[in-house]
Design a protein. Structure first.
Length: 308
């Protein structure tokens, strides 16, 4: 463990080694991704996705190499509590608060072997990022566009675009076990965003429920459960991403609980049924109220530990 090294050097080393892991994994990815993109058979594409992309590349080389980097430079993370049983052979829906670019590698590190390889809903702009964009396409990760309220008001059809992307992605996931990850806030939390959006929560932005409802409608019967994850980063003098790279986030607090899929919220019409929409939003708001209280408690614990 090399945590004794100066923080700037740890940042450079961690970023460099993660880049090496990405390039090596991308080389393996190409072996399966190119045939997967060209083969017309859905069954063959599913076989490649499960047995090569997920097993060899995802939870094999990429997760394994990054895990070695984190252990070598930072040591193990210990403050992780998971309530409930997880199974990597089943399909799961994971919902999580969103605070940093570090959220994705952290979730991959924590759940890399206990859940199937995750699929994230990504911003459309990421498709143009070298290596990462192609890899996300190969893994059938859905890319969504952000539309302002003014744009949607001017063209209501825009509201349907992300739902159609969700529908197509969910269809592809019927043949393989996956973890569908949804950051319900839609963007990374900051106090400024919270205040600008008049969020009723202290530590969270308002959750966006429409995409989650559509995912449950499309895949509800496939999900073994909902993994409700709360990430509480450790206090640091650095930004969250930099503190992750230099090892300050070894003390991050992670709380996860396995919840049943609410059967009464599957099959409703979120867009055109006001009563169902209100009931679904109330359920999501309940999750967020619990998460907000948990974050308040975890942050208080972190501050006390830092002061001690």
């Amino acid at each position: 463990m090399l945590r004794w090294l100066p923080a700037p050097l740890l940042v450079v080393l961690c970023f460099a080694l993660m880049t090496v892991a990405l390039v090596l994994s991308f080389t393996l990815l190409l072996i399966g991704a190119v045939p997967k993109l060209l083969i017309p058979s859905a069954r063959a594409r599913a076989w490649l996705a499960r047995n090569w992309l997920d097993a060899v590349v995802g939870t094999g080389s990429w997760w394994g190499l990054n895990r070695l980097v984190f252990l070598l430079l930072h040591g193990p993370r210990r403050d992780i509590v998971i309530e409930g049983e997880l199974d990597p052979a089943k399909t799961w829906l994971l919902v999580c608060n969103h605070q940093s670019w570090a959220d994705i590698p952290l979730l991959l590190d924590i759940f890399g072997r206990s859940l199937p390889f995750p699929r994230f809903f990504l911003k459309q702009e990421l498709i143009w990022v070298p290596i990462i964009g192609f890899a996300c396409v190969a893994f059938d990760m859905p890319f969504v566009k952000r539309h302002s309220k003014a744009a949607v008001a001017a063209n209501p059809a825009l509201r349907q675009q992300d739902l159609e992307v969700t529908r197509k992605a969910c269809e592809k996931y019927r043949r393989i076990p996956v973890t569908v990850v949804n950051f319900l806030e839609g963007t990374r939390f900051t106090p400024a965003k919270r205040d600008a959006k008049a969020s009723p929560y202290r530590n969270l932005l308002r959750p966006k429920a429409a995409g989650l409802s559509f995912t449950l409608n499309a895949m509800g019967e496939q999900f073994a459960g909902i993994v409700d994850v709360t990430l509480c980063y450790a206090p640091s003098r650095y930004s969250t991403l930099v503190s992750f790279l230099c090892g300050d986030q070894r003390a991050i607090k992670v709380r996860a609980r396995v919840l049943p899929v609410p059967q009464d919220l599957i099959g409703g019409d979120y867009q055109d049924d006001p009563a169902f929409r209100e009931r679904f939003q109330n359920w999501v708001n309940g999750l967020w109220e619990d998460k907000d209280r948990e974050l308040t408690r975890l942050k208080a614990e972190a501050l006390q530990a830092r002061a001690a």
